[in-house]
Design a protein around this ligand. Structure first.
Ligand SMILES: [Zn+2]
Length: 320
């Protein structure tokens, strides 16, 4: 059925009939065999005018929880009651998705070079066209990610918490943790913010898999934002536990190679000087121990024991 969806050069929201859902393949670039590389897009346009909310997933091609999130939000939506327009892009990085990898097919990280360049290299021109053919039309954006290979994440939000609109969107996600992050880092979120789009990043679980709990949580967060923007009439679901707010966060790295073990669990609070990890040589002798530099909460952590010098240990969120 999807293959009968029209191929378009440019997403045009105004061509979707009010009160209907349309599916498109947006032609972004062409491959080395002159075949189009097509990005799937779903558009639900309400009968009444209202905000344009975009949902994007798999900017990193192996971060998959966002894909069923977007599919299910569209399946659950009653478009005849919708106000405004919902746009879903279940896979942004199509070449990466097809080869099960985070990066674009030239090896670049698409989420470090947004908004790309009109006459840039392979990944830059793809990024530029994603922004200009699709994203530019959004007023609000929720960009769905997961942890990277070899790491696990809490369910957490990255948002500029000094901006009242994005702060509100972040709180509505009912996440375990919210990390204040102003962007300006080549991410889709910061490129969208530069266009005046209110954008947050949702980090929902782990790569290369579908996780039911994470998927359900992200759907609730999106529905909450849609209710808050008066796009739908559903009640806002309150969190069971309030989100832990982190002023900022950073990764800790090893300075010795070897076999890494990280002790605290995701969302554990750690105290300054608490032992958080150790590295053994290949014979099992402990060669290095690591301690928390200050009090914080574990936002994410490495679960990959193979640690070359400079590998990540854990992502520490600073609450105070
Ligand atoms: Zn990601």
């Amino acid at each position: 059925m999807q293959n009968h969806s029209p191929v378009v050069k440019q997403l045009k929201l105004e061509t979707v009939s009010p009160g209907s859902i349309s599916r498109y393949w947006v032609h972004i670039v062409s491959s080395g065999m002159a075949q189009p590389i097509l990005v799937p897009v779903m558009v639900a346009r309400g009968k009444e005018d209202g905000p344009v909310l975009g949902l994007t997933a798999a900017v990193h091609g192996n971060e998959l929880n966002g894909l069923p999130v977007i599919q299910k939000v569209f399946h659950l939506l009653r478009v005849e009651e919708l106000r405004g327009t919902l746009v879903g892009v279940p896979v942004v990085n199509v070449p990466g998705f097809l080869i099960n990898q985070r990066y674009f097919n030239d090896g670049a990280d698409l989420n470090r070079l947004m908004p790309g360049k009109a006459n840039g290299n392979i990944s830059e021109v793809y990024a530029y066209r994603i922004i200009n053919k699709i994203v530019r039309q959004f007023e609000y954006l929720i960009d769905l990610h997961t942890a990277s290979f070899g790491r696990i994440n809490s369910y957490y939000i990255r948002a500029d918490m000094h901006d009242p609109v994005t702060a509100r969107m972040a709180r509505l996600q009912n996440a375990e943790i919210i990390v204040n992050n102003e962007g300006a880092d080549g991410t889709l979120r910061s490129a969208a913010a530069d266009l005046g789009i209110h954008a947050i990043t949702v980090e929902a679980g782990d790569p290369h898999k579908f996780q039911k709990g994470m998927i359900r949580s992200a759907i609730t967060g999106i529905a909450n934002v849609m209710s808050d923007l008066d796009m739908i009439d559903e009640p806002i679901i309150e969190p069971e536990e309030p989100s832990i707010f982190c002023r900022h966060s950073y990764w800790l790295y090893t300075n010795a190679g070897g076999v890494l073990e990280v002790f605290p669990h995701i969302t554990d609070f750690v105290k300054k000087d608490q032992r958080i990890a150790l590295v053994r040589n290949i014979y099992g002798d402990v060669v290095r121990e690591y301690f928390a530099p200050e009090d914080g909460i574990v936002v994410g952590k490495s679960v990959n024991p193979v640690n070359q010098t400079g590998s990540r240990i854990l992502h520490l969120g600073i609450v105070k």
